[in-house]
Structures are given as structure tokens and as C-alpha cells.
Design a protein around this ligand. Structure first.
Ligand code: SAM
Length: 270
């Protein structure tokens, strides 16, 4: 089961988003006999089953919602969290830059709330795999629940331990670190990655980046990039089309690089 339905109408087991505005929506799975309840009223799942996607539906208190298939963006924004999760703008670029596609094997740490994990699991598909490491048990449990909610559990293996002692995998295609001190684990990354594979990390401060760059140089990583992405939304109204008042000014810097194998030069004969 994935999160997208293939039918024209909603069916039991489908994941639905009931949205009243672009930022106010509720995501849940349809069950025969189930009920969606909020302070804005109740909607019976049986009334949604068989309804066309995109339809307006009304609660018993008269509040109206649109029934939509949740997209990746809504799934991520709606992720239950106990840690800061990664932003869609950063994840989107990471997927492209690190070539995450069906069949990719990737290690990530720390799992945190599983914001990134669920998108990686979706992207690598059944042919690929995500190995996700986290040292706090309560975070692993939350991430596992988030991944299960989307039916993607077969694509992820969770490890509840610190990555200090390295990873159990070798020759994976990619490793992504979202934890405060990635510069302490560059050797572990190198040991797990296929030579020429993709390494990425997200860091909030420039001080951390400098430390990571030095370690990456020491460990023979090349093709290094540091990126900061800024995203500005606009008020999508024809009569007052202009930027929105607020924006997320800083999420983090992204660092990328690839471990290489240098040619061994034979010493010149005298
Ligand atoms: C910012 S959160 C990761 C958020 C995640 N990328 C997401 O999108 O939900 C950082 C996580 O790294 C974990 N962590 C920190 N150091 C670690 C280590 N050495 N090994 C494993 N996990 C670690 C923390 O417990 C925390 O849950």
C-alpha cells in the first residue's frame, strides 16, 4: 500500500487530506465505519468512500473541506514531530543532487522524527532501501510510526543506536547526516559508501561547515559543494499579487561531496 490511490474515487485504505485552506488540513486513512472528528464537526468515512477526489465535503456543523490526495509536501508538513524536521525545499534539492531514485540504497542519521526518512523511502521504492540510524529510542519509535502510516515500512530498516561505531552496511549509494557533529563521523561514512558515492549533510551554522570541510578534505572527498536555498512564497491573489509578509529566513546549509580513490603513483626509478 502506498499513499496515492489509483482510483477516481476514494476507497477504504486510501490516505486522504481534508483541507479547508492551503495550510490547514487533516490527513488520515479511510476505514469503513470510521469517523473524522474536529471542533469543526464530524464527517463519517463512509460518506467519503466512493466520493470523487477534489470534491467539497461538509461536516455535520456545516464546515466545508476539500477531499484531496495528500502530496509529498502535505505529508511532510503534517509529520508528527519531536525534533526539527527537514524542510521541503532542502529535501527536494537533496534528492536531485544525491541522485536518490528507485533502486538507491541510502543510509541516514539521525532519524529524528522521520521527516526525511519517509520521503527517502518513497523515492527509493521497493527496489531500493533506507537504513536509518538514531540513538534516541523514542525518536526511532515515532519515525517508525510515521513511516508505517504511509505504508512504507518495507523500504526502511531502523537502527536504534549511535553511529559512533559505524554502520552495518557497505557499498551503499548514498549517506545523509542530519545531526550536530557530522565531522566526527566522516570515516564511518567513507567506510559505508561506495567509492564515488554521494554524501550529504545539513548544518545550521557556518562553524560546523568549516569543521566538516576540513574532515572531508582529510578523508579524500572531492566534488564538494555548499549550498543555501531560499524560498519566497507570493500572495496568489490577482488584485494584490506580492510576496507574503513572512518567510523562513534560514533552515540550514547543505554540504555535499563524493569519496574518491586517488591514483597511486609509482615512485620514479633512480
Ligand atoms: C534534527 S534531528 C533529525 C531530523 C530528521 N532529519 C527529520 O527530518 O525528521 C537530529 C537527530 O539526530 C540524532 N542523533 C544525534 N547524534 C546522533 C548519533 N551520534 N547517532 C545517531 N543519532 C544521533 C538526535 O537524537 C536527533 O533525533
Amino acid at each position: 500500500m502506498t499513499w496515492l490511490s489509483t482510483g477516481e474515487t476514494a476507497a477504504p485504505g486510501d490516505l486522504v487530506a481534508l483541507a479547508s485552506t492551503k495550510t490547514n488540513y487533516f490527513i488520515f486513512r479511510l476505514e469503513e465505519g470510521g469517523k473524522f472528528e474536529t471542533h469543526r464537526g464530524i464527517i463519517r468515512h463512509d460518506d467519503l468512500i466512493g466520493t470523487k477526489w477534489g470534491s467539497e465535503v461538509v461536516s455535520h456543523k456545516g464546515s466545508s473541506f476539500y477531499m484531496l490526495q495528500p502530496g509529498i509536501y502535505e505529508i511532510l508538513s503534517n509529520t508528527k514531530r519531536n525534533t526539527q524536521i527537514m524542510y521541503p525545499k532542502d529535501i527536494g534539492f537533496i534528492l536531485m543532487k544525491m541522485n536518490i531514485a528507485p533502486g538507491t540504497t541510502i543510509i541516514e542519521a539521525g532519524t529524528g522524527s522521520g521527516g526525511l526518512t519517509q520521503i527517502l523511502a518513497l523515492m527509493v521504492g521497493k527496489e531500493g532501501h533506507v537504513y536509518s540510524y538514531e540513538r534516541r529510542e523514542e525518536m526511532t519509535n515515532l519515525a517508525r510510526k510515521n513511516v508505517q502510516k504511509l505504508g512504507l515500512q518495507d523500504q526502511v530498516t531502523f537502527y536504534n543506536r549511535s553511529i559512533e561505531d559505524g554502520f552495518e552496511q557497505k557499498n551503499v549509494d548514498a549517506v545523509f547526516l542530519d545531526l550536530p557533529n557530522p565531522y566526527d563521523y566522516v570515516q564511518q561514512v567513507r567506510d559505508a559508501l561506495i567509492p564515488g558515492g554521494q554524501f550529504g549533510s545539513l548544518l545550521p551554522t557556518t562553524n560546523q561547515i568549516v569543521k566538516l570541510l576540513l574532515e572531508m578534505r582529510r578523508m579524500d572527498f572531492e566534488f564538494v559543494d555548499v549550498v543555501e536555498l531560499m524560498l519566497r512564497f507570493y500572495q496568489a491573489e490577482a488584485e494584490k499579487f506580492r510576496p507574503v509578509d513572512r518567510m523562513v529566513a534560514h533552515t540550514g546549509y547543505l554540504v555535499f561531496g563524493r569519496p574518491i580513490l586517488r591514483a597511486v603513483c609509482e615512485e620514479e626509478q633512480p
